[in-house]
Design a protein around this ligand. Sequence first.
Ligand SMILES: [Zn+2]
Length: 75
Amino acid sequence: MGWVGVKIRVLALPTQVKGTPAPTLVYRAEAYDEEDQFREPKWTCPHRHDSAHAAHDCGLDWLHGEAGEVGQSEG
Ligand SMILES: [Zn+2]
């Protein structure tokens, strides 16, 4: 399994919050394969982060976890 080409990107998503007039931005991390011509996300962060930095860290944490668990049994 190659995780070498897997990169983390951060998406900024406008989200309407009740009681506020303007949408605020939340950030989500995505993992994608650099070698995939369509670069479809292999994984999307389930959170809504307040900052792009936090989302990126989240993505890196996931990537390290996934890459570190290759070869171990699931569940
Ligand atoms: Zn996250």
